[in-house]
Design a protein around this ligand. Structure first.
Ligand SMILES: Cc1ncc(COP(=O)(O)O)c(C=O)c1O
Length: 368
C-alpha cells in the first residue's frame, strides 16, 4: 500500500500536496504559499539574461568584484564586508559552518533551514519558542535562554509570523549577546518588503559597533528570482574572509552575478513594489480579519492566520481550512513543519490586487 506523502518543507511545492489530498497532478492552483514579490522579476531581466549566454563559456570572476562593489555602495559598507552567495540559503549554511560542532540557538517558530544547516554541521540546536498568538520577544527570557549557546539564528521580519523585532530590542540584544560571547545571525530575507520602512528597517547601521553580527540577505524574494539564486552576507571584514574561505569556488553563476548591480539600481521597480505593498497590505489585513480569520499583526508581504476562536470552536481549524482552500484551487502554506506552530496556522502570501481579491472570494465559501 502507498503511504501518504509527507508535508513538503517549503512553499510552492504543490505536487506533493495534490498527491496527499488525492487530487490529480494537473489540478489548477493559484499559489499563495511562496512569499515572492508578485511584480517581479523586472521586465528587463529576461533580455539581460539572454544577452549573457555567450559569457557562459567563461568562469565567473572568483571574487565577484563588481557585484560586491554594487552591494557595498548600496548599503554604504566596505566591499570587504560583502560576500556574494547562491541565495540566502547558501548564506545560512555558511554562517552555520563557522560554528561547526558548537551549540546553536534558533528563535522559533521560524524558517526551518537554520536548524537543518546547524544539523549539517553537527551543531545541537535549542529552539527558543515565542508564544502564540503575539509571538512577542521577551528580551530577558531570550537572553537567559542563550546561556551556553555559541550562535543564535533569528529572522527579521520573521518567516512565518511576519513579526519584526524592534530596532531598539535588537540593539539591546546585540549588546547583551556580545557580553556573553554569542554570535548573532540575522536573516533579513524579507527586510526590503517591510511595510512602511523597507530597507530603512535593516540592521546594517549596527554592523559597525557589533562585529559579532552577520546579516543574511536574499535577492530572490524582492526581485522574484528564486530559480536564479542570489543573496549575500554583510558582516565585519574578518568574518567575511572566514565565510569566503568556506565557500565553494564560483558558487554564484555568472548570469546571476551580472544582474546584481542593475537590480539594485532599478529604482522604478522598487517604487512599484513599495506602492503595491502600501495599498494591498493594509487592505488584505482588514479583509482577512473581516472574513473570520485571526491575523498575526504583519510587518511584511505575508500573513500568518488561523480561523478565529468562534470558527475553531465550531470545528473549523487550520487543517480543515487548508484542505477546503486546496479543493477550491487556492494553495496556501501549511505550518506542519514549523516548530512551535505544528499545523495550527496557515501562511498566506500577499499577491497582486486581482489575485488577492480571488482568494478573498474563495474564503466566503470556506469559512462557514
Ligand atoms: C527566511 C528565509 N531566509 C532565506 C530564504 C532563502 O532564500 P533564497 O531563495 O535567497 O535562498 C528563505 C526562502 O524561503 C526564507 O524564507
Amino acid at each position: 500500500m502507498l503511504s501518504t506523502p509527507s508535508w513538503p518543507s517549503h512553499g510552492g511545492q504543490s505536487a506533493a500536496l495534490l498527491q496527499r489530498f488525492g487530487l490529480p497532478p494537473d489540478y489548477p492552483l493559484e499559489d499563495f504559499s511562496a512569499n515572492l514579490n508578485p511584480l517581479g522579476p523586472p521586465e528587463w531581466v529576461a533580455e539581460a539574461l539572454s544577452s549573457q549566454l555567450l559569457a557562459l563559456k567563461h568562469y565567473p570572476a572568483p571574487d565577484y568584484g563588481a557585484a560586491r562593489e554594487a552591494i557595498a555602495a548600496y548599503h554604504r559598507v566596505a566591499v570587504e564586508q560583502v560576500l556574494l552567495t547562491n541565495g540566502g540559503a547558501e548564506a545560512i549554511f555558511l554562517a552555520a559552518s563557522l560554528h561547526a560542532g558548537q551549540k546553536a540557538g534558533v528563535l522559533a517558530p521560524s524558517f526551518g533551514e537554520y536548524a537543518r544547516a546547524c544539523h549539517a554541521y553537527q551543531m545541537p540546536v535549542t529552539s527558543i519558542t515565542l508564544p502564540a498568538p503575539a509571538f512577542a520577544l521577551d528580551l530577558d527570557a531570550f537572553v537567559a535562554a542563550l546561556e551556553g549557546i555559541d550562535v543564535v539564528f533569528l529572522c527579521r521580519p520573521n518567516n512565518p509570523t511576519a513579526t519584526l523585532i524592534s530596532f531598539d530590542d535588537m540593539q539591546a540584544l546585540l549588546a547583551r549577546t556580545a557580553a556573553i560571547n554569542c554570535r548573532v545571525v540575522v536573516d533579513e530575507a524579507f527586510i526590503d518588503m517591510t511595510v512602511g520602512r523597507g530597507e530603512a528597517a535593516s540592521l546594517t547601521p549596527l554592523l559597525v559597533d557589533h562585529p559579532h553580527m552577520l546579516l543574511l540577505r536574499s535577492m530572490t524574494k524582492f526581485f522574484t528570482l528564486p530559480g536564479l539564486r542570489l543573496g549575500y552576507v554583510l558582516a565585519s571584514a574578518p568574518l567575511i574572509r572566514s565565510l569566503g574561505a568556506r565557500q565553494p569556488p564560483w558558487s554564484v553563476n555568472q548570469m546571476a552575478a551580472e544582474l546584481v548591480a542593475p537590480l539594485l539600481a532599478d529604482q522604478a521597480f522598487a517604487e512599484r513594489t513599495r506602492t503595491w505593498l502600501e495599498i494591498e497590505h493594509p487592505r488584505m489585513a482588514i479583509a482577512l480579519r473581516a472574513k473570520g480569520l485571526e491575523v498575526v499583526p504583519s510587518t511584511t508581504n505575508f500573513f500568518l492566520v488561523r480561523p478565529n476562536n468562534a470558527l475553531r470552536e465550531g470545528g473549523l481549524d487550520s487543517n480543515v481550512l487548508f484542505e477546503r482552500l486546496l479543493q477550491r484551487g487556492m494553495l496556501v502554506r501549511h505550518t506542519q513543519n514549523f516548530s512551535g506552530l505544528d499545523g495550527g496556522w496557515l501562511r498566506i502570501a500577499l499577491r497582486d490586487a486581482q489575485a488577492n481579491h480571488r482568494l478573498l472570494k474563495v474564503f466566503n465559501d470556506c469559512l462557514c
